[in-house]
Design a protein around this ligand. Sequence first.
Ligand SMILES: Cc1cc2nc3c(=O)[nH]c(=O)nc-3n(C[C@H](O)[C@H](O)[C@H](O)COP(=O)(O)OP(=O)(O)OC[C@H]3O[C@@H](n4cnc5c(N)ncnc54)[C@H](O)[C@@H]3O)c2cc1C
Length: 472
Amino acid sequence: MSHIDCDICIVGAGSGGLSVAAGAAQMGARVVLIEKGEMGGDCLNSGCVPSKALLAAAKQAHSMTKGAEMGITPVTPEIDFAAVKEHVARSIATIAPVDSQERFEGFGITVIREHARFTSPHEMQAGDTTIKARRFVLATGSRPLVPPIDGIEDTPYLTNETIFGLRERPRHLLVIGGGPIGIEMAQAHRRLGSEVTVIEGAKALGKDDPELAEQLLGRLRAEGIRIEEGAKVTAVSGHEGAITVETEKGRFEGSHLLMAVGRQVVTDGLGLDVAHVKHDRHGITVGEDLRSKTNRRVYAVGDAAGGLMFTHVAGYHAGVIIRSMLFGLPSKAKTAHIPWATYTDPGLAQVGLTEAQAREKHGDALRVIRMAYDENDRAIAEGRTLGTLKLMAVKGRPVGATILGASADELIGVWAIAIASCTKLSKIAGAVLPYPTLGEINKRAAGNYFSASLFDNEWVKTAVRAVQRWIP
Ligand SMILES: Cc1cc2nc3c(=O)[nH]c(=O)nc-3n(C[C@H](O)[C@H](O)[C@H](O)COP(=O)(O)OP(=O)(O)OC[C@H]3O[C@@H](n4cnc5c(N)ncnc54)[C@H](O)[C@@H]3O)c2cc1C
């Protein structure tokens, strides 16, 4: 049995835990990092990285079936599904050293590869080591939520933890859940040659702007994905290669089943009650300061904090609590400026308020500016004209942006920065951007906020005529 005294003990070496550990250790804190599974957590091993690698292969395959309008003869790509999965595995392996035990030990961090649990409000046990710390950070993440559907225990199903390991292409993938994870996996598999049916109990992409989400779903349907909404699942049954999903709208049959209905925060076996840390099914109960009210030594970051579940949120949380833990400064996690994206093709991205939320909050003060991709020269030149930007603005400042279209995930960055820093639209409208770029969509949307009051305005015209008479 060994004993360690430290400043900060972190449980979980995923996006949140690693960010806290690296920051705190490099600023001089004595840090212990405990991880029971793979270094890198969900994002690296079974989330962002493999899903984006799979989508990239799918996009490549899809692009080969297009191009006639540019004079390129489409072909039917030959898809070696196992080799696609090698590409996914290689992407993970290439990034893995950044999250590795060796790298973090290089920062002077003690890394323990065990399950951690509290033994008292100020002490944890991991394997045969006890750790006493001034502060504890719970960065234990989430796992796929599998609801108790009739028959689920006897039916083989995949989750994000297993689907990337599949070496044989599913003949017909049934996806229960039409959120971002289900929809991304649906498009990836469809483009790689599977039949795909998405079964959603309510509205697919229900957290996004309904108008642009509907446009995306239309595009996915046109690619051959069947998307059934309002189809609440009542039972599942079957065996490897022959799965049946019963819903209130009818029965669906396929070869494989992916459960993508949501996420459940991981708190089990942590001994939270022993440490007097309040928690519920949404996660560890924390305030805006990400600190437990029932045990002030304890913080929660990332998915474990029970809010928006994204890697960039986990990284943001790390910065918030480092300020509080290391410097004793007040620090709060906000959500209004947090963007997110669904990495389909075209992509769908959001930051700030949707149109409906902005209308409710700002009423008549709201102006919604729309820019269609088919008005952008680069989008036209590249044949990527499906898409729209909706900019929600109040008193010359952005309060929200929704983008459907090519590179929506990149374009949303400008609005994330603008909303976070309260930047005026005039600054974005006044920026000089390279031509022709998709980024001009953002600039033109900001410009359009002003052009309505500048162009076709009698007062402006009178002023210009008057000035023209006087200046030499
Ligand atoms: C399919 C999929 C695609 C995604 N794509 C994106 C994306 O494109 N962009 C994005 O921003 N987000 C994406 N996400 C979400 C993102 O992966 C998570 O928000 C992020 O990984 C959360 O990081 P975390 O540090 O909170 O938790 P995790 O990364 O889950 O890390 C938690 C770690 O804690 C460990 N742990 C738990 N309990 C204990 C214990 N008692 N003792 C020791 N160790 C413990 C676990 O083993 C795990 O390694 C995706 C998620 C999925 C499922």
